[in-house]
Ligand binder design. Structure first.
Ligand SMILES: C[S@@+](CC[C@H](N)C(=O)[O-])C[C@H]1O[C@@H](n2cnc3c(N)ncnc32)[C@H](O)[C@@H]1O
Length: 213
């Protein structure tokens, strides 16, 4: 994703109530202030439309979106503030490699990884969000029956991810190598990248990976 500098980004992060400024590790209920028991996380939320729509649709689930860059998460915060009134969505700005700073063991039910950077060069494969270094992190913070929902347009990344999940003893479900072939597109909440790729006629690869404990 191209990162445009935004003069208003710093101010948005300072003032937006959905932006996490203190650490809620093991006490997320204090900020959500509701009786929801489930917390779902999106890693690399980009401009945040996907997670905001999910939060609006599923008021009984709490959502957290993580994004690495200030200038991108600022847009996500604006989107969320303009179309989401409920208290079930918050945003963290950080790198996924620091997830344990924010979540204790077994705190999450579900992790979405949507169209993450494929890092096509072999020497960069450790940066892929489905590399086993990341999978072992996710394993710690997910509940024993927790799962990951992973989507990509990149065939190489998809095949690599399948191998990583299997090698690390995750159970794969609902593998689909052309998600929208038989589906009514209107039924789905799509991410920004997904919408773009589908409109270009590209295939979307999909899988769910469950912890095999
Ligand atoms: C290709 S974009 C996809 C955005 C969105 N998920 C979508 O599908 O439209 C990848 C996003 O992940 C973020 N990202 C990349 N690496 C990350 C990391 N290690 N931790 C957190 N976010 C990351 C990028 O800044 C970018 O916003």
């Amino acid at each position: 994703m191209r990162i445009r500098k935004k003069s208003w980004a710093g101010r948005e992060l300072e003032t937006n109530k959905r932006f996490i400024k203190i650490n809620y590790k093991n006490k997320w209920h204090e900020i959500f202030e509701n009786n929801n028991t489930q917390i779902n996380l999106e890693i690399g939320c980009g401009k945040g439309k996907f997670i905001t729509q999910l939060a609006n649709k599923n008021l009984n689930i709490n959502y957290i979106a993580l994004e690495k860059y200030k200038n991108i998460i600022a847009s996500a915060l604006r989107v969320a503030s303009s179309v989401c009134e409920n208290n079930n969505l918050f945003f963290i700005q950080d790198d996924a490699k620091n997830l344990e700073k924010y979540f204790c063991a077994q705190e999450l039910d579900l992790i979405y990884i949507n169209f993450c950077d494929p890092w096509v060069k072999r020497k960069h494969e450790k940066r892929r969000l489905t590399h086993e270094c990341f999978l072992s992190l996710y394993k710690k913070i997910l509940k024993p029956n927790g799962k990951i929902i992973f989507k990509t347009d990149n065939h190489m990344l998809f095949e690599f991810s399948i191998k990583e999940f299997i090698k690390n003893n995750w159970q794969l479900e609902n593998i689909n190598k052309d998600l929208y072939r038989d589906k009514n597109l209107d039924l789905d909440i799509m991410t920004e990248y997904e919408k773009k790729f589908v409109s270009q006629g590209m295939k979307i690869y999909y899988l769910e990976a469950r912890l095999n404990l």
